[in-house]
Design a protein around this ligand. Sequence first.
Ligand SMILES: [Zn+2]
Length: 266
Amino acid sequence: MRTIELGRMSWEEVAEVRKADPVVLLPVGTIEQHGPHLPVGSDNMVADFFARKVAEATGAVLAPALNYGCSDVFRAFPGTLSIRSETFKAVLRDVCHALFDDAGFHRLVIVDNHGGNETHVEEVARGLRRERGRQTLIGCLYPWNLGYAVMREVYPDAGAVYGHGGEPETSAMLAMYPEDVQMQRARKGGYQPVRGWTMRGYTKVAVPGYRAGEGSLYLDADEVAPDGVTGDPMSASAEYGRQWVERVVGFGIAYVREFQRITAGG
Ligand SMILES: [Zn+2]
C-alpha cells in the first residue's frame, strides 16, 4: 500500500486495496471548547493522531474524518461549532453506506473521540446492522475515554485532576501537539453551584443526604464551569502524555488486530 489514507489514493488504488478486505478506520469528532489553553479542534486532532498510528501499525485504511459533531452544551464558548444530531446521523449514515455499498469495504471501525456523539454513532451503527444483517459488525474506539481508563494509576489522585480540558487530556495534547498547548493560559477548573444546586457534572446534580446518585438538569456548560474546564490541567506533563500515547495507541492497535482476526474471511 503506497499510503494508508483513502483520500490520497486514486480510485484505481482504492479498487486494488479493497481486494484485501482491509479494516477501514473512520475518525469522528467535533469542534468544541476545551478550556482556555487547548484548541477547539482537540477532539479531532487526537482522533486523527490516534487513527493514523493505529492504521500505520495494522494496515487498516484511514478514511477522511467527519470533523463536525454534537456539542450543544458548549455552544456559549466562541469557536464551538455544533451541528444537530439529525444532521450528524444523516452524514455518518451516508458516509458508512458509501464505504460499504459504493467503495465495497466490509469492515469498519469508527474512531469517535467525542462523548456527545456516542449515542448517535451507536444508533447509526445499529441501524446499518438492522438493514444489512448481522454479518455487518461495526466497531468503535473512543481515545479520550480509553485515556481515562488506562491512566488512572499513573496519578496520585486521578479523581482530583480528571476532567474536560483537565487531565489526562492536557498531557495527551502536550505529547501530540505541544505547539498548540498554551500552558500560560491554563487554569484549574471545577463545577460551581448553579441557582443553589450542587453540580456533579455539566448536567448532573447532587441532592442533600445522598453521597451517591445524581439527577439531570439540562444546563449549558458555561453556567457550571465558566472557563470550560473541569479537573486540573495544571498537573499536566509531557511525560504523562507520552504514557497516554503509548497506552491508548497500544490498546487501539490491539483492538484493531483482534477485530481483523475475528472478522477475517467474512
Ligand atoms: Zn468532546
